[in-house]
Structures are given as structure tokens and as C-alpha cells.
Design a protein around this ligand. Structure first.
Ligand code: SAH
Ligand code: SF4
Ligand code: F3S
Length: 475
């Protein structure tokens, strides 16, 4: 059974959880000496930035209790932090669980935990209970902070532990967290979503919108900066409605102005902006800011006003285009990116041409294109007129071609210029190269010493490769 709106007192809950962590530490010291090696853990993260951030919280707890994080699933504790936004995300998890069961047979110390958005669906939990008995712990999106308590329960009970909450009003602060990058970090400013776009499952699995207190956000960012972070990404399903649920309401643009003042912080990004709530004051703040990056992700989803209405997006094609013009006028050269869905139920060729028209008018530096996926429980799942697969594929390819053409036209003119980049990592394919991120979110690969990672340096963009550049560091 799911529990409804569990009432938990913020700071006393933190203390309770820290107590579980302390007790488990002792347990794992004994365990490690018993088997003669440190215990290892691995987290596989699916889905969006929200899940990436949640995985850092999970890693924080696991490291505190004594696990060493490793890159392989051949570990003593494996967590799958799942996504369910499209059906293929779910299928991937079931496929990989088969492989995990083989690893578990070989390792008697192994524990498997499943969490994230997929676990908020009753049918999924039923299926795992029935067909994947070897799973040890299942928890959801609202009770990540309880992981140590759940591990303790699993050690004591020997049976599968399932703890899924329908929703929560509380936000538990100040638990450990282990960042993936030393120099950049995601910071949740709100949780959940109230928008109920008709195709989308997120509001059902992430619950109602709740904003974090601005004092907690500022405190977290100051601590991150003191610990070496220069770039933050503020996270929320719709950052533009930040603050509406707070006792003393505060707007997103007011929050940004406070964050701008934090000394030592160099770059601010945020995601995602719903076009219906993007205010003039936000545009003004972006225009005047020295730290907000020259990039805005503004999902349009579709170009046809008729489809947008059925999607429950609450703006028309014309309103979206007007908004884009306002932003471009205030922040010239801004890099705009978007999300697009192809094949929403009832989408006609004329509707699709409207999407192409928006793409041509806005000119996005990049766009994430998705084939519509039917999600049980959402209003769109009951709509008739699902579009045939061949038609969707054809539209998808035409859209991709147009996006690619425009994005390389947009990045070409910057060739030869010198830009500030945040050096992020050693290039995955060629380890003599480093990869850096421009303010506009595009990447550049260049030769350099790994000691540059985490620094903001000048790089000349020598060759444009469409979505990215090859360049040279100017030191
Ligand atoms: N809150 C964000 C994005 C959340 S999900 C926003 O509103 O923009 C990320 C993207 O997944 C969405 O923007 C949408 O393009 C896509 N998406 C969501 N549900 C989908 C579905 N049922 N089928 C295909 N794509 C979907
Ligand atoms: Fe989904 Fe819409 Fe909420 Fe984004 S705003 S998470 S697309 S319901
Ligand atoms: Fe997926 Fe959940 Fe994000 S469904 S896209 S991981 S909010």
C-alpha cells in the first residue's frame, strides 16, 4: 500500500536518518573485515537531471555507510534509478535486471535496489514482486532520504522491502550527497509538477509542485562554491513557477537575483522553463546578469496550436513565437534549445508542418526530438487516432534533418572566435583531448592538460563540426 502525504518533521527526520547511517557504518566495517575487502556499490541512472541529482544523494548515503562507488554493475550494492517518461525507458530496465540476477547468483553479498519514477507505478511494482523476486529494496521518488533505514530493514527482515509514497509535502534537507563533478552541480529548487501536459507521466510519479525555501537553496549553493563549484544548474520541472507554494511567495527571477550575488559562483544555468510561465522580469534578469549562461531551454513540444491545446500546454504557436522574439530582442545571440514530440495522437501532416515552421522561425541550436510514447494513466493514452508508425518515422527524420541543418548554420559563424569554456572532462573517445562547455551549452574538444579540468579558460574554436567544435586552448 502506498502511504498518503506522510508527515515528517524536517530536521528531526534528518537526525533520525543520520542515526541509521551511523549504525550501518558499524555493520559495514564488520562486514568488510569478514569478507576481507571493502564493499562496492554502483548506481545506474536513467532519465533526466532530477534523477542524476537524486543519484548523487543516494551515492552520498551509500558512501557514508561504507560502500566504495565503482563503475561496474559487478558490485555488492546495485541501484537502478529508473525513468518512465517513455515506454522504452521501462523496457531497458527489465532487460538489464535479467543480467543483474546472474551477477547476484555469483555474489552472496549483493543487494539490488530499484528506485526512481518507474517505481511510482503500481503495475511495475506488482511485476517486480512477481517476476523479479531477487530484488532486495524498492523505493520511490519521495523517500530517497530513507535509504539507510530501508537497508537496515532489509538486513533485519531477509525479505524484499517495498516503500513507495504517493506524495509528500515535506523536503528533508542536509543529508549527505556525493557530487559527480567537483566543479559543477545540480541544485533542486523545486520538486514535482502541476502542469499535467496530457501526454506526460511526470506529475503522477513526481507528485505535486513544491518549492524549496530560498534560504536553503542559497545556503546549499554557498557551500558548493566553498567546495570548488563554479557552475550550477537550478533544477525543476518548471522553474518559472518557483516560489508559488512557499509561505512567503518569491518569484524565480527574484531567486536568480539573489543567487547572482554569491561570490565565487561563475555560471548559472536552469532547467526547465515552461513557456506559459516565462515572465518579463525573468527576461530582464537574464539580460542584465553577468552569470546566467547564454542559453535557454524552452520546450515547445509541437508547432500546431490545435495540438498544443490538446497537449494542455496553455500557449499557442503565435504566443510561443512572440515570446521567443522578446527573448531574442533582450538577449541577442542567445542559444535556444527545445524538446519536440512527433506523432502525438491525431497529429496531421498540416500539424507537423507547423512544427517544422516553428523550428525554422526560432532556429534552435539543438533540439531533443521524441517519438510520442503512450503512457498508461495519462489523458492522451485514451485518445483515438494514434498515428501509424511509418508516418511518425518519416516525420521524425524530416524534423531531424531540418534541426541539424539549422544548428550547423548557427554554430558555423562562431568558428575562429575565442570563447570562455568550462573544462569538464577528458574526452571519452580520444583521451589526448579535453572537453569544455561554452556558455551557449555547445561543446569544444581541444588538446590540454587534465589539470585544467574545472577551470574556465579561453579556447579558440578552430573547426565547426555541427553540434560541436574542435579548438585550441589559449593559455
Ligand atoms: N518538465 C519538462 C520536461 C519533462 S520530460 C518540460 O515540461 O519541458 C522531458 C521531455 O520528454 C518533455 O519535454 C517531452 O518532450 C518528452 N516527453 C514527455 N512525455 C512524453 C511522451 N509520452 N512521449 C514522448 N515524449 C515525451
Ligand atoms: Fe511533463 Fe508538462 Fe510537467 Fe513538463 S510541464 S514535466 S512535460 S507535465
Ligand atoms: Fe524520467 Fe522521472 Fe525525469 S520519468 S524524465 S526521470 S522526472
Amino acid at each position: 500500500m502506498k502511504r498518503q502525504d506522510e508527515v515528517i518533521a524536517g530536521s528531526s527526520e534528518t537526525l533520525r536518518q543520520l542515526n541509521y547511517i551511523e549504525n550501518l557504518k558499524k555493520h559495514y566495517i564488520d562486514k568488510a573485515s569478514e569478507i576481507g575487502r571493502p564493499l562496492t556499490a554502483h548506481i545506474a541512472t536513467f532519465g533526466c537531471q532530477m534523477n542524476a541529482r537524486d543519484s548523487e544523494k543516494i551515492a552520498g548515503i551509500l558512501e557514508q555507510i561504507g560502500y566504495t562507488m565503482i563503475d561496474s554493475e559487478d558490485a555488492d550494492f546495485v541501484v537502478y534509478n529508473t525513468c518512465t517518461v517513455r515506454e522504452n525507458a521501462n523496457l531497458k530496465v527489465y532487460g538489464r535486471l535479467g543480467y543483474l540476477s546472474k551477477l547476484k547468483k555469483k555474489n552472496p553479498n549483493m543487494m539490488i535496489a530499484l528506485c526512481g519514477c518507474m517505481m511510482q507505478e503500481d503495475a511495475v511494482v506488482e511485476k517486480i514482486k512477481k517476476s523479479y523476486r531477487f530484488v532486495d529494496i524498492i523505493f520511490g521518488t519521495h523517500n530517497i532520504f530513507k535509504l539507510a533505514e530501508l537497508i537496515q530493514a532489509r538486513i533485519e527482515s531477509k525479505g524484499m522491502i517495498i516503500d513507495i509514497w504517493e506524495g509528500t509535502k515535506e523536503i528533508v534537507e542536509d543529508l549527505p550527497s556525493e557530487r559527480k563533478f567537483k566543479f559543477k552541480a545540480g541544485v533542486n529548487i523545486m520538486y514535482g509538477c502541476n502542469n499535467f501536459c496530457s501526454y506526460c507521466i511526470v506529475p503522477y510519479v513526481r507528485g505535486r509542485e513544491r518549492s524549496r525555501d530560498s534560504k536553503d537553496i542559497i545556503k546549499e549553493i554557498k557551500e558548493l562554491v566553498a567546495d570548488g563549484v563554479v557552475e550550477i544548474m537550478l533544477l525543476g520541472q518548471n522553474v518559472n513557477s518557483y516560489g508559488k507554494t512557499l509561505e512567503t511567495p518569491m518569484s524565480f527571477s527574484e531567486l536568480l537575483q539573489e543567487i547572482e550575488q554569491i561570490e565565487g559562483l561563475e555560471r548559472i544555468r536552469f532547467m526547465t522553463s515552461h513557456p506559459k510561465d516565462l515572465s518579463d522580469s525573468l527576461i530582464e534578469v537574464m539580460k542584465n546578469s553577468k552569470k546566467i549562461c547564454n542559453h535557454l531551454h524552452l520546450p515547445v513540444q509541437a508547432g500546431s496550436s490545435r495540438i498544443l491545446k490538446i497537449m494542455n500546454r496553455k500557449y499557442t504557436k503565435e504566443q510561443y513565437l512572440e515570446l521567443v522574439e522578446k527573448i531574442k530582442a533582450a538577449v541577442p545571440n542567445i542559444s535556444l534549445t527545445t524538446d519536440l514530440i512527433v506523432g502525438f495522437p491525431g497529429e496531421t501532416e498540416e500539424d507537423f508542418l507547423e512544427t517544422l515552421d516553428v523550428v525554422r522561425k526560432v532556429r534552435y541550436t539543438a533540439a531533443y526530438t521524441f517519438i510520442y510514447s503512450k503512457r498508461t494513466g495519462t489523458p492522451a493514452a485514451n485518445m483515438e487516432e494514434q498515428v501509424p508508425e511509418e508516418i511518425i518515422k518519416d516525420r521524425f527524420n524530416r524534423l531531424l534533418k531540418e534541426i541539424q541543418k539549422i544548428s550547423s548554420e548557427l554554430s558555423e559563424p562562431d568558428t575562429g572566435s575565442i570563447q570562455k569554456v568550462l573544462v569538464e572532462e577528458i574526452n571519452g573517445q580520444d583521451n589526448s583531448l579535453l572537453t569544455g562547455r561554452l556558455s551557449n551549452n555547445l561543446l569544444v574538444h581541444f588538446k590540454g592538460d587534465p589539470s585544467l579540468i574545472g577551470k574556465i579558460i579561453d579556447v579558440r574554436l578552430d573547426t565547426c563540426k555541427g553540434f560541436y567544435y574542435l579548438g585550441e586552448a589559449i593559455l
